[in-house]
Design a protein around this ligand. Sequence first.
Ligand SMILES: NC(=O)c1ccc[n+]([C@@H]2O[C@H](COP(=O)([O-])OP(=O)(O)OC[C@H]3O[C@@H](n4cnc5c(N)ncnc54)[C@H](O)[C@@H]3O)[C@@H](O)[C@H]2O)c1
Ligand SMILES: [Zn+2]
Length: 372
Amino acid sequence: MNLTYKQPVKIIFGSNKLNDLYSILKENELQKGMLVCDPYFIRSGLANKIMHYSKGLLTDVFFDITSNPTVSSVDTCAEIIRHKSIKFLAALGGGSALDCAKAAASVCLTKNSIVQYHSGDRKLTNEHIPLIAIPTTSGTGSEVSRKAVLTDPLRGIKAPISCDNFYPTIAIIDPVLTLSLPQKVTASTGFDALAHALEAYSSRYHRPESDAYCIEASRLIFEYLPKAYQNGSDMEAREKMSEASVLAGLAVDIAGTTASHACSYPLTYLYNIRHGEACAFTLDSFIRINAEVEEGRLHQLAIQIGFKDAYHMADRIAQMKTEMGMKTTLKDAGIEFSEIENLAILSMQPDMINNPVAITIDKLIKMYHSLV
Ligand SMILES: NC(=O)c1ccc[n+]([C@@H]2O[C@H](COP(=O)([O-])OP(=O)(O)OC[C@H]3O[C@@H](n4cnc5c(N)ncnc54)[C@H](O)[C@@H]3O)[C@@H](O)[C@H]2O)c1
Ligand SMILES: [Zn+2]
């Protein structure tokens, strides 16, 4: 065995765990913090409640964040941290708020823009201010990952940046926070978690421990995502989806993601498709491609969680996408036939290398052509 493994995030999981925020901050000697949150939580009042729960340990709020956060949001957040001498961040929201905060918590200790690190020109040093991640979607697993996915409109890309500094110090995963998710976001984020589990399982870098996380995460998602989608107040389904997304996030942190995630970045950037829905768009297609030549690994997973084989699992994914009103065809996604070649070229992102079957541009074009 030849292995370097680091998973430093302290995970605090359970319904209403957010109520313990003050004691968690106190225990970790954190003060003068800034809440970094999705603007939705300003409107919903939760941001205010959290400031109140913190009994003065959080002093500021930053909410200039959009879905698919931009490098300029990170730079603005980092500038406020420097200017106000903020000592820690608490990030509340989906992957967008968490990723913005993760990047800001590191880049604030430099004089530079995150663009220099996102573009690969510089490497971040091993320093960051502490970060408490409080996810409100069950999908990205960003709360346990060393990755932040950022969009740079000037360079015309959405791409991940990975760095050990980006691991949150603590993740407080409180499934109650996901009760307010709208149906569409429940579906999209649930499919993101499913893509994490199935891609990490088939990744060339999978390991026995990531396999175990993937099997349990995918089993939970096939059972509970339809329930959470049908009835957003189903607390058991919400809790199981939160559990699944953390497990899938832990798996991705070991094994990485593969072809569907590689394709998702240009699908989101060019066609404005939500991250999870963009992953789902090609997920069943790649399961079929990988199942043909992957010496049975995906079939083994499918059988373990109750399907006849990987093809039946792919059929169920296609059915769930339709049931949840997701985009399944080029037309639904707004992709013209003439744009497929460019889309295929842009889909050759680094995650593609992890795919167990070598994916060429010709294979991608054929796959996209089949989505009619
Ligand atoms: N860092 C990682 O490891 C990682 C992994 C996968 C994806 N991502 C990235 O994360 C981003 C997507 O994150 P996401 O899918 O969680 O969505 P998001 O953070 O963009 O949020 C989606 C929408 O849901 C709303 N929302 C969030 N929580 C809510 C709640 N509890 N109630 C009501 N509304 C709520 C938000 O306001 C927003 O409108 C993408 O940029 C994606 O690339 C990161
Ligand atoms: Zn993802």
